[in-house]
Design a protein around this ligand. Structure first.
Ligand code: ZN
Ligand code: ZN
Length: 406
């Protein structure tokens, strides 16, 4: 029987030389006995998720790791957020990410409506009752975030953002970015939606109460990042794999769900630094019983990278490592541990720096690398590969690859 495949993604784990760490990376400084063990029994290298010097998003990065060409299939973040939030998307639909925000005297004064937590459900219900020229779905996700999906034919995703992306200015009127009938219609509907949201939300009891308590009312919705639902070939036909995914972040869940993977919920997997890595690892081992291929994404390192906090990143890497012990007991499984992109604390954003990768399993060639980090792995047998190679290499090891030629 063919073996199983596990891809373990440490989101944003890669870094650069950090001066206050004696010009080492957080991974080099962190104490990681489990990751180092896997490097020792495996083959190691560096991985450019998309291509050298290209800065991946978490969405395009995961697309590449699943073997899709992001330049071909990517239509924007909106559809992935919507799919990750559990909306059922169809090929003609157009999706947007949205914020609940605060409008005062015609200006957006808080793009996050005080990071609103209570009352979002009621506001969402009020928005769902709005009448538009098309069917739509609207769903609140985390804090001030929400997703909007316009459904049906004759729509497209090349329209500008309503979200002005800054404070103390009016929200923008959506305009078509490509001059087609579909984009014009979408922009018109989007503007109508925004206006009607202001009407419905301004006098809503939840907002009246927020104002009385001195909190920012959530009286406008700001759509952005529109895109038509991309066509991704189902991972079963593309790779012949029945697959599951574990991730605490909506965006990654959306990518995996649109690829036809089962999304596995794990209690305590938050996508934050407080995430329960033990629970993730134990669910991932269970999931390998049911699925031929499991992808796990753990977010935390990316957050510390964005915030520029090397010590926090080191602590979180050590937290992950201490939960990886049970992976040592995996049998009949080939495992890759890597990231989706670097998020260097010196950059405070994603960078094109390649990531360390280690691959192990029963008969994987063992190189001389003994530590899992950007520098040690660069001396390993995999040398430098691309994201789209990873699943192919794992499929080949697990005897799930087809021969090319006679
Ligand atoms: Zn990421
Ligand atoms: Zn990030």
């Amino acid at each position: 029987m063919a073996d199983r495949i596990l891809m373990f993604i440490l989101d944003g784990v890669g870094d650069r030389a950090v001066r206050e760490l004696d010009n080492k990376t957080p991974l080099q400084v962190a104490d990681t006995p489990n990751l180092d063990h896997f490097a020792k029994i495996g083959e190691n290298g560096l991985m450019d998720t998309i291509a050298p010097g290209i800065r991946p998003g978490s969405d395009t990065g995961h697309l590449a790791l699943l073997g899709y060409d992001p330049y071909e299939v990517y239509t924007g973040r909106g559809p992935f957020e919507a799919a990750g939030a559990g909306l059922s998307l169809e090929a003609e639909d157009v999706a947007f990410r949205c914020n609940f925000a605060t409008l005062k005297d015609g200006k957006v004064v808080d793009r996050r409506a005080g990071r609103i937590k209570e009352g979002r459900g009621e506001l969402t219900e009020a928005i769902q009752k709005i009448k538009l020229d098309v069917d739509f779905e609207f769903k609140d996700t985390v804090e001030h975030r929400a997703v909007l999906m316009l459904k049906g034919e004759g729509l497209d995703g090349e329209v500008s953002d309503v979200d002005p992306h800054e404070k103390n200015v009016a929200f923008h009127e959506a305009v078509p970015l490509e001059d087609t009938k579909e984009n014009k219609r979408t922009a018109k509907i989007l503007n109508e939606f925004t206006e009607k949201c202001v009407e419905v939300l301004s006098n809503h009891p939840v907002n009246k109460e927020r104002e009385e308590r001195g909190k920012a009312p959530a009286n406008v919705i700001l759509p952005r990042g529109g895109g038509k639902v991309p066509h991704l070939e189902d991972i079963r036909s593309k790779h012949g794999l029945d697959a599951g995914a574990i991730s605490g972040i909506t965006l990654v869940r959306g990518v995996c769900s649109l690829a036809g993977m089962d999304i596995i919920d794990v209690e305590g997997a938050t996508g934050g630094l407080d995430t329960d890595v033990d629970a993730v690892v134990s669910s991932c081992i269970d999931a390998l019983e049911k699925h031929e291929f499991v992808l796990v994404n753990i977010k935390g390192c990316d957050l510390s990278g964005h915030d520029g906090l090397p010590e926090q990143k080191i602590d979180f890497i050590e937290k992950i490592d201490s939960s990886l012990e049970p992976l040592r007991g995996l049998e009949d499984t080939y495992v890759a541990i890597t990231g989706d992109h670097s998020t260097p604390v010196t950059v405070k954003g994603h960078s094109g720096d390649p990531l360390p990768i280690t691959i192990w399993g029963k008969d994987v060639r063992r190189d001389e690398v003994a530590e899992f980090n950007e520098i040690s792995c660069s001396r390993g047998g995999l040398h430098r590969i691309r994201g789209e190679d990873v699943l192919n290499i794992l499929k080949d090891l697990a005897d799930r690859a087809e021969k090319f030629g006679a």
